[in-house]
Structure formats: structure tokens, C-alpha cells
Design a protein around this ligand. Structure first.
Ligand SMILES: [Cu+2]
Length: 187
């Protein structure tokens, strides 16, 4: 019974954490995709978005004519594609945003960056949900029965009455705080 209770709690934690962490997917340039035709103002496009760590951006283009290179700020400014930090060439490149700050992308085909095929993806820190920001609750597994109680305590029912969030503390003899690190470890 006790082991089942722990699993039920872990399962609930995972579903809760995954629910918090689901990232958005943005197609760069929307329906126009990644193009040098001048039909998309990528600066304007990016300015309407609110990128967070864990979000995914997708570059969609014909790879006979374009590519995607992640470059430094300086190379972004000068449209220098000669020393990229990363190069993507599939024509449907999914990139997961892993860090805060600016991520600079341009097309390395001569003339394209100059024609406007460049985008600055600014990733802002994750804004936690109010319920997550609030002081974490402490849940003693099994309440007064404790996690080692044998037999007649319904752990599944106990867990189903709780609403776990990052920052909450699980107490099953030793305490354990739910942190964003758990979240990463669970992925
Ligand atoms: Cu191009």
C-alpha cells in the first residue's frame, strides 16, 4: 500500500510539472516561413511574441535556397555568416530555446540577411504562474497516518485531494521540495 501511494504521488507530480512546462511552438514568419522575399518583417514578427525557455521555434523554407545560422550579436548586425555557432539546413528546423537572452539567426546565403532574412529571438525568463510563485505548501504524505502507515490509508485518494505545485514540499519522513530541477530531471 505504501509503495502504491508513493507512485501515485510521483505520477501526480509529474503530470503537474509537465503541465507547467509545456512550451509553445512558433513558426518563424508564420505562414510565409523563412524567406528573403521581403514579405516578412522578422523584427516586427518577433516583437509580437513572448519567447520563453522551453519554447520551440521552427524555420520552414526550401533548403535549396536558404539555410539558418545562429550567430553572435556582432555577426547578426553585420550579416556575417562566416562563423556561425550553429547551422541548420533541413528546411524544417525545430530549435528548442534553452537559454534566456537574445538568440540571433540569419540566412547564410549571400544577400539574404541584407534583404532582411534575419531574426532576433529574445527569450525572457519564464513567468511563473501566480500559484507557483506563492509560498510553497507542505504536504505530509498520508497526513497524520504518515507514509509508512500500513494497510488502511488510501494514498490515491489522499493525493487526489491535493493540488501540487513547484515549490511545494513533500514530506514522507524526509522532506523534498519540488523544484524546477526536478522538472528537468523528469523530462
Ligand atoms: Cu535565404
Amino acid at each position: 500500500m505504501a509503495f502504491f501511494g508513493k507512485n501515485a504521488v510521483a505520477f501526480l507530480l509529474m503530470t503537474t510539472l509537465f503541465g507547467v512546462s509545456l512550451g509553445a511552438v512558433y513558426k518563424v514568419g508564420d505562414s510565409a516561413g523563412w524567406t528573403a522575399m521581403g514579405s516578412v518583417d522578422y523584427k516586427k514578427w518577433a516583437s509580437t511574441k513572448n519567447f520563453h525557455v522551453g519554447d520551440e521555434i521552427v524555420f520552414d523554407y526550401n533548403n535549396k535556397f536558404h539555410n539558418v545560422k545562429e550567430v553572435t550579436h556582432q555577426d547578426f548586425q553585420s550579416c556575417n555568416a562566416a562563423s556561425p555557432m550553429a547551422t541548420y539546413t533541413t528546411g524544417s528546423d525545430s530549435i528548442t530555446l534553452k537559454n534566456h537572452g537574445d538568440h540571433y539567426f540569419l540566412c547564410g546565403v549571400p544577400g539574404h540577411c541584407e534583404a532582411g532574412q534575419k531574426v532576433d529571438i529574445m527569450v525572457t525568463p519564464v513567468s511563473l504562474r501566480p500559484s507557483v510563485v506563492s509560498l510553497g505548501a507542505v504536504y505530509k504524505v498520508g497526513d497524520s497516518a504518515g507514509s509508512t502507515a500500513m494497510g488502511n490509508f488510501d494514498y490515491k485518494k489522499w493525493a487526489s485531494t491535493k493540488n501540487f505545485h513547484v515549490g511545494d514540499v513533500i514530506d514522507r519522513g524526509e522532506t523534498e521540495q519540488i523544484s524546477p530541477l526536478h522538472l528537468a530531471a523528469l523530462r
